[in-house]
Design a protein around this ligand. Sequence first.
Ligand code: EPZ
Length: 417
Amino acid sequence: MEKLRIIGGKRLSGTISISGAKNAALPALAACILTDREVKLANVPSVWDIHTMLKLLFHVGAERTIFQGNGVSIKISGIESSDAPYELVKTMRASILVLGPMLARNGHARVSLPGGCAIGERPVNLHIDGLRRLGAKIEIEHGYIEASGDRLKGAEFTFERRTVTGTENLMMAATLADGVTRLVNCAMEPEVVDLATLLISMGAKITGAGSNVIEIEGVTGLNGAVHEIIPDRIEAGTYIMAGVLAGDRIKIDRCNPSHLMALLEKLEENGIEVESGENFVVVSQKDEIRAKDLRTSTYPGFPTDMQAQYMTLMTQAEGESIITETIFERRFMHVGELLRMGADIAIDGHSAIVKGKTPLKGAQVMATDLRASASLVLAGLIAEGETVIDRIYHLHRGYERIDEKLRGLGASVERVK
Ligand code: EPZ
């Protein structure tokens, strides 16, 4: 199993370029199922989840999935299989995103239930309830979602809680439905907006993306399109934290600071000045970091995907902070590993109480999920001595060339077998 070895204490400086957003590219790839024309996507990150989604599209019938540089060209002239098999879905839950487009294009879809993961049960009941409201007949049998329905019918549907991929699935399904669909209590993440931008360029009629009410007027067919994926705000946020913890002066380039407002405001509360321009952020290490409580929430609140990274920061802050995770039920898997490095953290239900400032010592630790892995990399960068992180396949699912990018800033990071 591949590991990452980090020697802590190096000062980081220089410029780092942010890749395209994994969580925008995944629904954009699924949207290619909605048309028989060619869709060209630029700024697609070369990370494992993307390659898994490409495999799935190939299985469905994509005749061309060319990956040049960081661009992908997809053409699905006909649906060869409406199955999303367990072997593919179990490695990447976001495969559920093919359900809506497949149903809309093909009138039938069979998608393995994604199952839970380290951070929570991750049910997809809201995806299913919404598609049923659009007229789909859906059965759950032997771990699969069997969905069928001639042309879906526009309807009104209110999400009982905000769901990013749920909003994306229903928005895609509604683009080819007969009539108008009105989705209420939608997720407002930038990735939802980016998907709507792509769908509109394919000829879909969508208003309200980015607000919590989205209206889609169904059309009879969609064209191809050329679209550039937005920068990855969580990758950018992760490297901003690296800069605060160990940076002499780091420029995070090709990012979109307007997608990071909750993080930048929280860092200001921590006493950290971050200089930002149109598509970059400059950040430097601070000795005095103020401990501040945090509650994760849906966009535009503080993202749950930055909670683990913030916890590492709070181990270096003066004082006590309470970090409350409101989105997922088990997103503190990184706590045990940080404790092994010398952190002082106590879990109380959905909150973690962090006491800082605690010097961290390098140790052998284990990654459990994508963002927990990132928090361990950050800890390794500032820990005294060597940290070896096991199961780093979690990292490669969502961080493009993270070891290379960190070495480019002067960090001592290498992959070891
Ligand atoms: C997306 O996951 C992201 N993944 C996640 O990023 C991110 O953490 C999450 O949104 C934030 O909300 C992609 O976009 C591919 P949700 P998603 O549906 O859509 C519950 C990463 O690190 N829920 O917004 O699966 C659910 O259990 C990943 O890149 C239901 O109860 O998350 C959770 O508690 C991790 N029923 C909450 O809603 C449903 O039908 C928010 O989940 C759907 C969701």
